[in-house]
Design a protein around this ligand. Sequence first.
Ligand code: 13P
Length: 337
Amino acid sequence: MVCRAGKFDEELMKTARTIASPGRGILAMDESNATVGKRLDSIGLENSEANRQAYREMLVSTKGLGQYISGAILFEETLYQSGSNGKRMTDMLVENGIVPGIKVDKGLAPLANSNNEQWAMGLDGLDKRCAEYHKAGARFAKWRSVVSIPNGPSPIAVRETAYGLARYAAICQNNGLVPIVEPEILLDGDHDINRCLAVFEDVWAETFKYLADNKVLFEGILLKPSMVTPGAESPARATPQQVAEMTLIGLKRRVPPAVPGIMFLSGGQSELEATLNLQEMNRQPNPWHVSFSYARALQNTVLKTWQGKPENVPKAQEALLKRAKANSDAQRGQYDP
Ligand code: 13P
């Protein structure tokens, strides 16, 4: 029994549990037009709607993907788009047993009077947009805020990230969308792993305070944290065992067990590194479903294999299944490299 009387509470808890189901995680394919443009450029393709459609159709139509992937986060364009066969992308996902989700933040902007930090835009009109996204078939949402360690983080940047996420989460839940709460602590910097853990704890402490203040139902959210690692420019490297140990220390100190799923982002880690770190996390006892919500760590090889050529689609889909299965095995603690 949950003491809250939100109209969508039962649906939210069911959706969250479905996404956080054993051996499955999230395919993040919600790159903004600017970001997907960079990915397409890396294989010499123009950032046109037709190329974005062809690429994303290839991803969502991969047969058997639902065995490893429980949810896919879409950019707004994809939510309303059909594939070349006229079938809606969301229908292809649902046929594959995958829950469609939607990125709802409107990107980052400079945070005035901070240490050159950023805040996430998109609360204006969010209530109405969420109602429309739910009608269009989305059942969960994502909002990404970033925290930079080398730039501070300043107290106002942490507060803005935490409060923005809490307002977004409350609005999503009131419209039947499970909010993914994602304060991404960027990998950039030459700090050590202890500094990363300290910032991780500060950010999640404030985030949960504001989630509680805003009466967000914890059983109906999913988290998307970054892992606790040394900064990308630090000479010190951490083993998967150290990353898992430090990340689980941070999570256990800050995240209530009522939260059904922790779905990590890959944040620029290599495909193998992201899988090995996830595997280690699942080899140590924890009270959650600890899984993945990777974009780059699921798509890098897929994109390189595809090269924009229809004849490469089967091989690219095979590469996607291979990465998805590896992370599914890691979710169960059974990945064998
Ligand atoms: P990466 O896994 O590439 O970090 O992307 C996940 C994501 O959706 C970032 O918001």
